[in-house]
Ligand binder design. Structure first.
Ligand SMILES: *Cc1c(COP(=O)(O)O)cnc(C)c1O
Length: 388
């Protein structure tokens, strides 16, 4: 069965009323802290950790569980847990699998707050963090030490969209017993299959395409069999569960993900191709374009491209002109995050610890929403007139 069909056909269970189950198409929204038990005997079972049902709100209500199960089945993982945000999912996973004295490798193009957490929090616990080139592949071998515990990948990475050779890295890591983690947010579960590429743990900011409507913050971590139990235990101890409301909205978002994503994908490619031909654009950083430096890896390891990419202009404009350019856009909101129906733009100077052709350059990042791409192109065309 194709993923688009599997997403729609997942069954949900409802309340029983008059002896009949009320099977709404999406599961009912349960919220709550207290769950009433039937008897003192059940309380005793709960005390002993032997009660089979949900004892308290922190055990995750049916909406959280339904959402986690849906992601797990799409990702093909042993277990998925939902977190209050994508960054919380990342931070907790890094905490779960490291101890003092460990060395970890993190690709240089990770989401900014991921790098910040590594530098400022993991360092406090004597976990040594080393950044690897954003297009790393088999040379990962040279970075591995006896105490290397995990490798954190994000492919394509934030803002510069370099792609790592994931199968080359995971093959070497597996051989050495090093855990591999992929931030798979850009591709979603539809356009990349991390477990088929040998990754051990796949993370999503469900805030982005899975939610799809810019109205929730949510993250997921899906782990393969060897790490399932340890991760579930850690999750329970840390109590960083997601809200039932956000999970219910994400489950609703998931139903239309295939449809939305194909529109985001087509429109982004159209806008990207148009930008490639614009005389004031030096380069478009979009994995589905032939000009992307790891286009061949994208073709091999991904089954699609989502709607987020960046571009650089031939010139570096001052703050004033950059402001005029961005402020003159009518259809692109100015704001963070992405994956929603509204097109967005951000711009900032690229800073990397490894040498990068984009170092110090202004990167304009576009989230291509669900508007008609012709209108988006017309809006950009009008704004470019300000630059020349
Ligand atoms: C946005 C983002 C995150 C963090 O997600 P939040 O849900 O906003 O915390 C993590 N990774 C990537 C690649 C992102 O773009």
């Amino acid at each position: 069965m194709k993923k688009a069909t599997a997403i729609i056909s997942q069954q949900q269970q409802g309340h029983t009323v008059g002896g009949k189950e009320t099977n709404t198409v999406l599961p009912p929204l349960y919220t709550g802290s207290t769950v009433l038990l039937d008897s003192y005997q059940e309380l005793l079972l709960a005390e002993r950790g032997e009660y089979p049902g949900i004892v308290y709100g922190t055990d995750r209500m049916p909406p959280q569980r339904a959402f986690e199960a849906a992601i797990s089945s799409l990702e093909g993982s042993a277990l998925t847990r939902a977190f209050q945000s994508g960054i919380s999912a990342i931070n907790q996973t890094l905490l779960a699998f490291t101890s003092s004295g460990d060395h970890i490798l993190v690709c240089d193009n990770v989401y900014g707050p991921t790098a910040r957490f590594c530098r400022q929090v993991l360092a406090k616990y004597q976990v040594e963090v080393e950044f690897i080139p954003p297009d790393a592949g088999a040379e990962i071998r040279d970075y591995l030490r006896d105490n290397t515990r995990l490798i954190f990948l994000e492919s394509p990475g934030s803002n510069t969209f370099e792609i790592q050779d994931i199968p080359a890295i995971t093959a070497i890591a597996r051989h050495k017993g090093v855990i591999t983690i992929l931030d798979n947010t850009w591709a979603t579960p539809l356009y990349c299959d991390p477990f088929a590429l040998g990754v051990d743990i796949s993370i999503h900011s469900a805030t982005k395409y899975i939610g799809g409507h810019s109205d929730i913050l949510l993250g997921t971590v899906s782990v393969s069999e060897p790490y399932g139990e340890a991760f579930a235990t850690f999750y329970q101890l840390m109590e960083t569960f997601a809200s039932p409301q956000d999970c219910a909205l994400a489950l609703r978002g998931l139903k239309t993900l295939p449809l939305r994503l194909s529109r985001h994908s087509q429109s982004a490619l159209e806008v990207g191709q148009w930008l490639c031909r614009h005389p004031l654009v030096e380069r478009v950083l979009h994995p589905a374009l032939d000009s992307h430096p790891q286009h061949h890896l994208w073709q091999r390891d991904f089954s699609g491209a989502s709607g987020l990419f960046a571009f650089l202009c031939t010139e570096e404009y001052g703050e004033g002109l950059t402001a005029d350019f961005i402020n003159s856009l009518d259809l692109f909101g100015i704001g963070y995050s992405w994956g929603g129906f509204k097109s967005l733009i951000t711009a900032g100077r690229c800073q990397r610890s490894h040498s990068s052709p984009y170092q110090g350059r202004t990167l304009f990042r576009l989230n291509i929403g669900l508007e008609d791409p012709e209108d988006l192109i017309a809006d950009l065309k009008k704004a470019f007139r300000i630059l020349g």
